[in-house]
Write a new protein. Structure first.
Ligand code: PGA
Length: 252
């Protein structure tokens, strides 16, 4: 049973996977979801180069499309970067910012993530802001402290329930097959909810807090059933329509 709260979102992050050959997966997913009544929104976030193709495959379906990262400016001399406005033009309704792979591989700080989130919101899109502790931080009992610091630093002023989604993704759970216990997930999500109240006031109650990190069809119901878990950010298991469907169906 899924927990109560804001309408959930199940978003698939393809990361640097999936070229044209993968277009069959969203096509299949849309077909499989056609007659399923869902109590959640569904989104796929493909690599930018095939965004428009995915968008066109999903035309007329309820599956939304999102970006994986962006620059904070609307345009300018930023070789290799993509602006939130360009992602909007390509059909995106949201952009993931501050994923741990960006924070680690590209040295993105909370300040950078907040600038990106602000840019996404300026463009009229939802910022899916990722946070989460490393294994060392968890082992030394610093999880809640880290999450608080990341939230305070990464959620820009003026954020609302409509333009902001938080994804709690413990770094050690991403792509490893490991997940926190349900009690640990519930504890961190309750903490995030309360911190959002402190940062955003009343808006905080309506923000969707996704769990991410090794979500699979076999553990989705249990993880999504925890209080304050309003959906999932899914990596590996979003690449195959049948696996992703197994997770989405928690909300059928
Ligand atoms: P995973 O990735 O589901 O493959 O663990 C999650 C993520 O990085 O968003």
């Amino acid at each position: 049973m899924a927990s109560e709260g804001p309408r959930p979102l199940v978003a698939g992050n393809w990361k640097m996977n999936g070229g044209v050959a993968m277009l069959k997966e969203p096509r299949l997913l849309a077909a499989m979801l056609k007659d399923v009544k869902l109590k959640a929104d569904v989104m796929v976030c493909p690599p930018a180069i095939i965004l428009r193709r995915v968008k066109s495959v999903l035309k007329g379906t309820r599956i939304k499309v999102g970006g994986q990262d962006c620059h904070w400016n609307p345009a300018g001399a930023h070789t290799g970067d993509i602006s939130p406005e360009m992602l909007k033009e390509a059909g995106c309704t949201a952009v993931i910012v501050g994923h741990s792979e960006r924070r680690t591989n590209h040295g993105e700080s909370d300040e950078t993530v907040a600038k990106k989130a602000k840019g996404v919101q300026r463009a009229g899109l939802k910022a899916i802001i990722c946070i989460g502790e490393t294994l060392d931080e968890r082992k030394s009992g610093k999880t809640l402290e880290v999450v608080s610091r990341q939230l305070k630093g990464s959620v820009p002023e003026g954020s609302t329930a409509d333009n902001t989604v938080i994804a709690y993704e413990p770094v050690w759970a991403i792509g490893t097959g490991l997940t926190p216990t349900t009690a640990e997930v519930a504890e961190v999500h309750a903490h995030i909810r309360s911190e959002l109240g402190a940062i955003m006031g009343g808006e905080g109650a309506g923000v969707r807090i996704l769990y991410g990190g090794s979500v699979k069809p076999s553990n989705a119901a249990e993880l999504m059933g925890q209080p304050n878990v309003n959906g999932a950010l899914v990596g590996g298991a979003s690449l195959k329509a049948s696996d992703f469907l197994g997770i989405i169906k928690v909300y059928a």
